[in-house]
Ligand binder design. Sequence first.
Ligand SMILES: O=C(O)CCC(=O)C(=O)O
Length: 266
Amino acid sequence: MKLNKDQIRQFADEGWIFLPECFSEDEVAVLKAEAENIYNEDRPEVWRETSGAPRTAFAAHTYNEAFSILGRHPRLIEPLEQVFNEKVYMHQYKINAKAKFTGDVWQWHQDYGTWARDDGMPEPRAMNIAVFLDEVFPFNGPLMLIPQSHKHGVLDAGHDTSTTSYPLWTLSEDAVENLVDQGGLIAQTGKPGGVLMFHGNLVHGSAGNITPFPRKIVYLTLNAVSNYIRKPTREEWIAHQDFTPIESCADNALQAYAQAYLQKSA
Ligand SMILES: O=C(O)CCC(=O)C(=O)O
């Protein structure tokens, strides 16, 4: 899947684009079922909120077939190869739960700020491409983005290791207020199967989820191969050190897997 001129322009100007209806109902159904299975496992890659609810599952592409196919899917890989003009590898892979009633906040941050400081990534030539598994409403903790904030480079940040179970380099309230004055603020809602891609320096965060509606989103962090990380400090399954370029699977691979899976479980 290639981005068109308008999408490329919006990405350059605003720092994000949303692509609705990228994955079918069957494809999403399988990923949702498998995400729940993973959250029920007791494994180090599954991090939990203080309530015990799942917060995120790392590296599912390395131990789950459906998420492995998603991690090689051309609808996600090709747009990033197009933007970076080279092959990409998987820097990080997360299935964020934002569980019903207890899903916790993600403080205001830039992804590249963490990749640079914690992983020694040389340039912001990596980014998150996110697949919505549940409907994202205005009220179940949508991702909030500050348009155009990617144009400010890496901003000052403090290392917050206490607010949630996930340490993050977070921005000050003053910095966020200034950026919102300039670029505004959007909350990206959308149906399951939609895809959001956003620049590594775009400032974003999300509020807690006190509704009965879970909000699962899968994030593939794809890095340009030449921009491989130089000084890793985190576990291999958080910031991968296998820099092998991803070869995309067939466009129908996940659909075929989903049909077989759904027939078996019917
Ligand atoms: O899932 C969310 O609400 C936020 C995730 C996020 O900001 C991140 O992974 O960097």
